[in-house]
Ligand binder design. Sequence first.
Ligand code: NAD
Ligand code: UGA
Length: 468
Amino acid sequence: MSIRNICCIGAGYVGGPTMSVIANECPEIRVEVVDYDKKKINSWNNLDLSKLPVYEPGLSEIIKKTRGKNLFFHENIDEAILKAQIIFLAVNTPTKLKGKGKGYAADLSNIEKCSKKIALVSKESKIVVEKSTLPVKTAEKIKEVLEKYSNNISHEVLSNPEFLAEGTAIKDLYKSDRVLIGSENTSSGQRALDVLMSIYKRWIPNKKILTTNVWSAELSKLASNAMLAQRISSINSLSPLCEYTGASIQEVSKAIGMDKRIGKEFLEPSPGFGGSCFKKDILNLVYLCRNYGLEQVAEYWEQVVKINEYQKNRFSEIIVRHFNGELQNKNISILGWAFKKNTNDSRESASINICRDLIKKNANINIYDPLVSKDRIFLDLKNIFQEVEKVSNYNPTIFKKINVFNNIDDCIKLSDAILILTEWDEFRNFNWSNYTKKSNQKPYIFDGRDVVKINITQNIYKLGNKIK
Ligand code: NAD
Ligand code: UGA
């Protein structure tokens, strides 16, 4: 089968960068990324490349090369489906907020809606590719929907989960550790697999393309995220023990990671992992285990999320304890709102929870992040108060004591405490010695990310441990 058109439904953090790379590597294929979010599509089409909806190092350069040539962003989903031979589903699959599995299972309504649309619109057989992260056995459901609404057309479903991390998406897409494709063991399944492989083979070495059955591919994605998050929770679980014993969590992490069998990746202690996926994917895994009666396994994985919540709360408590619970009129500066460096994404960022805790204690809060907008910061706070805290008569005046700054110097000018919550290079490269020498306030620095090197005279805490 020769591929002339690819469609991707979902122009988010996965759809945008992934399709940009495919378009860049396959200049003869027309790649159309569609979304029902008009505002997002307009941003993808913005001539000012600093205003793309997703920030990723290297992304704007690829968009500049491909957009309008063989890469297109638009809202006409039907038209894109009709023309395409391959359709990627890169829609969001958040945790269900109601119904069976509420709070754990993945909400598959976006996937179901897309599958129904593909079935109704298509006039010929399509290769439907699961790019979104999905519970094992979702391909079966997609097939059912496709069969129910199609007019005697048979479509093929492949699982091709995405392993990119935000902030390094382009690098990850070009230098993937593996590209995983699950297909059905039938002749049409094999044909679909060959077609998708022919796309990746343009830039991914053969030995890095791993083919499995559909269920293994679906489950491997959930399991990979669970394992990565588990390592972070493991190291974070030791940080309170360090606080009580005088060990340093940074030194312990380094010592553990130097063992080749363990390795140093994903052992960096933090005020809790964030991002849109770890928590949701583990909860999804927990739900699946419970569904099959595997209670011990479910409990094992759920603990990874529980330790993460504990760690976020612990960080807030350290600050509250430091001020003996008296934060009224204290000026607290928060450096970093993104859930990690080099992204404008703040979903599930530890900063949101920590800021919420300090707002409740009536502190004055000053925030600075190099990429997350002021509107996004206030929206995150509004959401946590309305949806999580269930503040029934949500009152925006509680935000009167919050100021968002557009540079680090103004943000930390009059601080009683500075919290470093994202590991941005700008914070690492900041001249802390100079600042603490000049500052009359002598603020305490609570470094959650091991950013500040300790050649300063200031009082400094690293994840709870008072270093100086
Ligand atoms: P996102 O929220 O950034 O983007 C999803 C997009 O899909 C949104 O723009 C939304 O408007 C659109 N959409 C939803 N339903 C639609 C429909 N019916 N028709 C048209 N558009 C629709 O989400 P994301 O971060 O890109 O994640 C997408 C999926 O990829 C999730 O399953 C996630 O778990 C997985 N994933 C994410 C990452 C990551 O780093 N963000 C990495 C690997 C896998
Ligand atoms: C993660 C995985 O790394 C990707 O492989 C996966 O594709 C993606 O989830 C997904 O499915 O969405 P991402 O969440 O973008 O990627 O970023 P990570 O680098 O994994 O960081 C997640 C969180 O863990 C961040 O808050 C980060 O600061 C934190 N972290 C990471 C630590 O606290 N310590 C570490 O050692 C590493």
